[in-house]
Design a protein around this ligand. Sequence first.
Ligand code: ATP
Ligand code: MG
Length: 913
Amino acid sequence: MSDLASLQTAIDTAAAKVVDLKKSGGEVDAIKAAVAELLAAKTAYAAANDGKLADGTPFDPNASKKDKKKKKNDSDKAANAAANAPTADSLAKKAAKKAEKAAKKAAAKSAAAGGAPPAPADGKGKSPAAAPAAPAAAARPPAPPASKGKKKGKPVQFGKVEPLQLIFSPNTGAKVPFVTLLAATMSGLDPDLKLKMDSRRTTPAFGTHGVGTTASKVIQGDISIAKYFLKTHPRQDLTLPLLGGADFKGQAQVDEWIEYTLKCKGAAGATGNKVGYNELLETVEETLAGNNSMFLCGNKLTLADLVAFDALNLDPKVNPNPTPTASFPSSVDRWFALLDSSPYTLKTRHLLCSIDGTTEFPADQVLDPLASGCQFLEGAMPFEVCTRFPPEPSGYLHIGHAKAVLLNDYYARRYKGRLIVRFDDTNPSKEKEEFQQSIVEDLKKLGVFPDVVTYTSDYFAQLKSYALWLIDEGLAFMDDTPQEEMQTERMARQNSKRRDLSPADNRKYFDLMGSGDAEGAKWCLRAKVNMQSVNGTMRDPVIYRQNLTPHHRSGTTYKAYPTYDLACPIVDSVEGVTHALRTTEYNDRDEQYAWFQNALKLRRVRIHGFARMNFMYTELSKRKLTWFVENGQVTGWDDPRFPTVRGVVRRGVNVKALRGYILSQGASRRITLMEWNKFWAVNKKEIDDEAKRFMVVSEEGRATITITNAAEPSKNEFLNIDAHPKFPSVGKRLLKISSSVMVESSDISGVEVGENIVLSRWGVVKITKVEGGIEGEYVPDGDLKACKRKLTWLSESEQNIQVKLFEFDNLINKPALEEGENFKDFINTNNLAHMVVTGDAGMKLLKHNDVIQIERRGLYRVDREHGRVGNMAKGGTGVGGDLGEEGGGLVLFMIPDGKSKAMSTLGGKLEHR
Ligand code: ATP
Ligand code: MG
């Protein structure tokens, strides 16, 4: 039989003939004959190559012309749909339907013809040195379960497969795609894979990337997918001819080994004995020892080794069947150890752990269970995970950033790895030292302590050499196309006229741009990626541009700066980041990110997407927040109405509650628009149990009850009560009791002589007089339950203090702004209210940031201590409070508790949402 090269030549010749005939207007019959010839040539090739053509696409000789036409229409339709509103979902559904139909048809046809699948090439060429004829027991690999009764066509598979998704089945017996995963880690592709289990599948499946307008394809089978990976992503730095390279005989040898290994495995699997396993073991030993070679096909690692390694693997998770009788013979032992200890194998094992939530890490790597809302980090290796939080020092951290930083921190800690905080300072026009400083402080507030703090600006020199390298490799070009025109060209997928400038010219203009020359300002550097890509971010993105604003760290050393698109993939890789957590609006950029790492031959970094966290009635964009500050809508970046970290902490957000809340949503990719009230309810749970209880009486509208059988206020009589009635561990406090008790007049209105009322925490008082001043008599051991009214109150005392209570509402009065709406049209100006109350002497001891509960009013945070003047958040000195906290004295901010009808008496003045 001819080898693949000559089969390919036959295809090429036949194809050329068809084209010639068509072009020259040949006879219909002649064209038909030529097409039949082409088909035959392809069939012969596919028969000798696992049913696939040279480019790896499966070839079905039975697909009629009509089918093809339909296929083309379908793919055109799909492409159109993708151009309009590409949902991976709908494409996958279509593809699944199509596959199902095709398989049914193929099965029907094959049943009619009584045909067997095309016989695989039996390789007249020389067998591998020691590959013997397979024993009878191992002669037939087990048929894939879903193809029972259908002799031809792929088994029908259900469940959608999205691009770059690798799906396998958790069903017992269904093997995990170990070879595929090993090939993926070796080809550096693993960071791109989205791993998923789907019990509806019986064969591993992989969705390829759609290229240009072509829709994604599904490849099935562990080895087919592995081959695809190794062919499409050959590793430059590994020089492993994993497939036998362009040497077709070598490739046949590899294929023979694979086929033989599968037969042996089939025997072991089908009969449940060790025949196949031991036979394979013997053959591998004979080959390695007999040839004195490192690997099965000589001294180079090939796919044959990976497949055999997998078949001989003892890990029951990977391989449920084999249990060898004796230990490995010596050559196998060496070969196995080499493969077993390879970092790729290690990584593959961890990849397996990360898809299958039930698999434990090895004993010495036991980790805390995952937080309930969080997923595994794919490919995460304990002790080696490195995450990073890259804030741009162009504003203060807000609650959305808190999600990003807390997630990064969580994963770094959970995997016992590292967290880098990197100031992403590549745009001197927006960045300031002040912002950088504030971020450092806010991270502390959030309880985040990075292992290392770095700056993108520290890499400016390195980034510049990478840019020059791209220029020299012909992978980047200088462009002076005006911005608008560039945008139009992008939309039209039209190359820039500068795309093919020579490297020398490119360098010249790059230097001009970097020199700060005004002429150079017109030029920017663009990566030469792909203007035809469906993904707009791949259309030659700008990666360097001039900026003459002095940089807050590097001063005027540089006059041109890398963009985020260039800097991020480089610095992530260089700094050893293993998992880059990015909000999902960067999804489109993932491809570009990988392109840069590939183009620059850098270590690939795995991207893990998570959804932005937004809150209702809240704007988070730095630009808009800056507007509020600059227009005096708030008192500063730490205003309690502001969603900045310092703002919300001042409002009463408890960091532990926030952390728990964020982890409970986890790194899900679903877009989240949070309701403040839901968060506040969680927040309350965290703080309520430790909040000391106090009572206050408002300055306006109070009434006095004279308790005729109690001591004068001057006598200083106290009750020693639990500061928290339910939790004595919170401590004790003194509650002054006397004959003169202040209450809210609304609480006591309509009271009648003879009525028993409860004074909270003290006891029952029987009202004895109402006209001309209310009087009552303390009833020791009175029945609290029999009373209708339960009042908060305060004894008259010289030690009582004045307390200012503040309440806030959101700055925006619409839950979520629509596209095109201007936030300035939705400013809620009724966002602050305050009142003055009297509190008892115990409140003098409250410290800044203490959280207390004022009975029947709610939770409060101490913003200013008693006896202090000014805004403590700003250092406690200087001008008086800027929210209306004039003068001095205790200032409390109400902490919402998630109930829309808050206990607060200011509730009527403000919305609670
Ligand atoms: P803006 O676009 O408002 O200027 P930004 O998101 O670009 O803000 P960065 O300083 O670049 O600000 O953000 C640092 C990190 O915080 C990024 O990884 C970003 O994805 C993340 N982040 C920003 N906003 C949110 C959010 N609302 N939810 C979750 N993560 C966020
Ligand atoms: Mg940003």
